[in-house]
Design a protein around this ligand. Structure first.
Ligand code: SF4
Length: 227
């Protein structure tokens, strides 16, 4: 079989997106946040923690420190006590307070709007920076989390392991106006059908377009069977 050309892959990616739009029309970030600052804090807390748990913790954190300025005055110990159940809480508390200080002192109290500036904040890597650009500021940015890395690979849209390289591959094949949606779709699909330990390929609307799924012998299998 001839290798898939870039153009073929782009066309296949567009068809995949069309289906994902229909499957998950309301896909959006699953972190609760009413401002870019709240989203940033939620994203820092979400590292190695579920969004569900983060959403239980943030109301208490923002009730105690409602503004960026108040967060700069918080004692690290007090932040740690509130966020403890999120894991790696000492680092996260430092990153939250450190980001608040930098935003106030270096960015006039506003969350920076460029990737480079976002990356200058403590605890903020490319994944969080892209999340903020996409979900807080309406830019197009691909968030490569574990769902995105795993499913994009199964779909045959990347062969890379490194998130930065996966992002580069996806940026070539996805339509630019779908970059932000792609991250959301991958989370929704990874939670509902293409789970890490149980891929329900028979029930998957992407089966025909998926490099992995289309190579499986699914004869006799039913929806709900793990592949
Ligand atoms: S066909 Fe299977 S491997 Fe491919 S995206 Fe669907 S569930 Fe995942």
């Amino acid at each position: 079989m001839r290798p898939e050309s870039k153009k073929d892959k782009q066309q296949r990616a567009s068809k995949i997106i069309e289906i994902l739009h229909k499957s998950y029309p309301d896909a959006k970030t699953t972190l609760d946040a009413v401002s870019p600052w709240e989203l940033l804090v939620g994203a820092i807390l979400a590292s190695q923690c579920t969004d569900e748990r983060v959403n239980k913790i943030t109301p208490q954190l923002f009730a105690a420190y409602p503004t960026i300025s108040e967060m700069t005055e918080a004692k690290l110990k007090d932040i740690e006590n509130i966020i403890r159940s999120c894991g790696i809480y000492r680092n996260k508390a430092k990153a939250i307070k450190g980001s608040a200080i930098m935003i106030l002192e270096d960015y006039g109290g506003e969350i920076p709007r460029t990737r480079e500036q976002l990356l200058s904040l403590p605890g903020v890597g490319r994944k969080i920076a892209n999340l903020i650009l996409g979900d807080a500021f309406g830019e197009q940015a691909i968030v490569v989390d574990t769902h995105c890395a795993r499913i994009s690979k199964l779909l045959g849209l990347t062969g890379e392991k490194d998130p930065a390289k996966i992002e580069e591959d996806l940026a070539v094949v996805l339509p630019e106006d779908s970059y932000t949606d792609w991250g959301h779709f991958m989370v929704y699909h990874g939670r509902s059908i293409c789970k890490a330990r149980c891929r329900d390929c028979v029930a998957c609307p992407l089966l025909r377009l998926c490099a992995y799924g289309s190579q499986q012998d699914l004869e006799g299998r039913e929806a709900g069977d793990c592949v």
